[in-house]
Structure formats: C-alpha cells, structure tokens
Design a protein around this ligand. Structure first.
Ligand SMILES: [Zn+2]
Ligand SMILES: [Zn+2]
Length: 104
C-alpha cells in the first residue's frame, strides 16, 4: 500500500496550551459559606469586639487602641515634639526615629 495517512509534508498545528482555564466562582451558597467560615474563624480568635464597628480584636489593649482610633484620641504624646499617637509603640517608633538616643 502506498500514500496512506500523514505524510512528512503535512503541516503540524502547534499544540494548544490547555493549561489556562478560568473557573468562575459560583455566586451564592459557596461564597456565603466561605464568608461564614471566615467570620467564625476570626470570632474564635478575636474575642474582643469593637462596639462601634464590630471589628474583632485579639487582645484587650488592641481593642482599647482601636476604639481610641475611632475617637481620634491620642493619649501618648512625644515629650520632645508635638507628635502624638493613640498607641505607645507607634510613638516609641517615632521617638527612635526622630529623637534617637532620647529616653521615652
Ligand atoms: Zn471599631
Ligand atoms: Zn517627637
């Protein structure tokens, strides 16, 4: 038999890259479930809840700082300049940067 099938001269099409496949997330039960799961997770971790915005904080002092930030209360004031902050470590960082060598 002669001339059967693919000869050496036939053009070969390049292999199609089939790796790209966009999977659309299903809007509805799955997303809602994930959101609920996430909320439950954060609840168990952060037991201190902000009464103003509902955000959960992991520690009491974090909640205090967070509530202070709502009111714009800056109770930690830099003794060397006008800088003030609601959290001590932020002010400490400021002092280390702006007033190196000064105790705070
Ligand atoms: Zn809040
Ligand atoms: Zn300062």
């Amino acid at each position: 038999m002669s001339g059967s099938g693919n000869g050496p001269g036939s053009p070969t099409s390049p292999p199609q890259s089939s790796g790209v496949r966009v999977v659309k997330p299903t809007i509805g039960s799955e997303a809602a479930q994930e959101a609920a799961h996430r909320r439950r997770n954060s609840d168990s971790k952060s037991s201190h809840k902000c009464s103003l915005c509902g955000r959960g904080l992991t520690a009491k002092h974090n909640l205090d700082n967070h509530i202070n930030s709502h009111y714009g209360i800056k109770k930690y004031r830099c003794p060397y300049c006008d800088q003030a902050s609601g959290t001590r470590h932020v002010l400490k960082r400021h002092a280390l940067k702006k007033h190196p060598g000064q105790p705070i």
